[in-house]
Ligand binder design. Structure first.
Ligand SMILES: NC(=O)c1ccc[n+]([C@@H]2O[C@H](COP(=O)([O-])OP(=O)(O)OC[C@H]3O[C@@H](n4cnc5c(N)ncnc54)[C@H](O)[C@@H]3O)[C@@H](O)[C@H]2O)c1
Length: 272
């Protein structure tokens, strides 16, 4: 192990699969990439999975530059055959799977109740729900055999707050609901499952993605989002999501399952 890798080995000897570990191009780091990098800094062997192999490979290059251990894997998380091959490959290569982190999520083309486009609805529900339930279905046989494992699913505070993007909200509320059943149904196997609900984050998916979709200036969008956050009047970063994921994935959270943790600077606790 290179001395360049920082961290306290909170995930030493663990094998972590981060799905959606590439990222949308942009000026900042995305949630999936930051999580993969942080897991590696803490000693995990990380399998970075993305539908776009080049994006996963960029994350792997960053991890290796820091002295961490990672490999890239191309898969569409919504496809059963891809997920079956992914976990069989991980088990063969590493002998075990300790952590599954499901980061994939989309929201483009969404709208409010009076304007919702049903093609966009179908796509958002399909990608956001299946990219969680399909990997979970296919990792569970391995985790149950091991009688251990930690799953972290990424939803959003949209799941619990009113927002005019109804397909995204419904899909993320579905992830919260699904994760409760996942957690309770698998507790007897020593498997934990939790949800992180990010709030407004300064990530390329949000900033470059929304600025382009709405045709607004990047800085204008950042200022508008910052102003909505109670804690410090600033959005969070992907590292805030990554640190929450690190805790939930690590043995420090050994007694925590079925929880939905907001990482949002207090936004979901606000009234008025
Ligand atoms: N940024 C925010 O403000 C914010 C707020 C709340 C929740 N979130 C959630 O965070 C997650 C996104 O975080 P990010 O910053 O890493 O986004 P990102 O877009 O940078 O990265 C997501 C990655 O997932 C990949 N992907 C998309 N569909 C896939 C599929 N079917 N199979 C495999 N890979 C696929 C993409 O290629 C991309 O590399 C989403 O679940 C999103 O809903 C973000």
């Amino acid at each position: 192990m290179s001395p360049a890798r920082r961290g306290r080995d909170r995930l030493a000897d663990k094998v972590a699969v981060v799905i959606g570990g590439g990222q949308t191009p942009g000026e900042t780091i995305g949630n999936g990439r930051a999580t993969a990098v942080l897991f590696a800094r803490e000693g995990a062997r990380v399998v970075v999975v993305d539908r776009r192999l080049a994006a996963a490979e960029e994350t792997v290059a960053q991890i290796r530059e820091e002295g961490g251990t990672a490999s890239a894997w191309e898969a569409d998380a919504t496809r059963e055959a891809d997920c079956a091959a992914l976990f069989a490959g991980c088990a063969e290569q590493h002998g075990r799977i300790d952590i599954l982190h499901n980061n994939v999520g989309i929201g483009g083309g969404d709208a409010g109740p009076a304007h919702v486009d049903l093609d966009a609805w179908d796509l958002i529900l399909h990608v956001n729900l299946k990219s969680v339930i399909v990997p979970c279905k296919h990792v569970l046989p391995f985790l149950r055999r091991q009688r251990s494992g930690a799953i972290v699913n990424i939803s959003s505070i949209a799941a619990v707050c009113a927002t005019p993007i109804v397909a995204y909200k419904a899909s993320k509320a579905g992830i919260n609901a699904y994760t409760q059943s996942l957690a309770i149904g698998n507790a007897k196997f020593g498997i934990r499952a939790n949800v992180i609900m990010p709030g407004l984050m300064n990530t390329p998916m949000a900033i470059e993605g929304i600025a382009t979709a709405l045709g607004v200036e990047r800085q204008e969008l950042i200022a508008k989002r910052d102003a909505q956050v109670p804690l410090g009047g600033k959005m969070g970063t992907a590292w805030d999501v990554a640190h929450a994921a690190l805790f939930l994935a690590s043995d420090e959270a050994r007694f925590i399952t079925g929880v939905a943790l907001a990482v949002d600077g207090g936004q979901s606790a606000r009234i008025g």
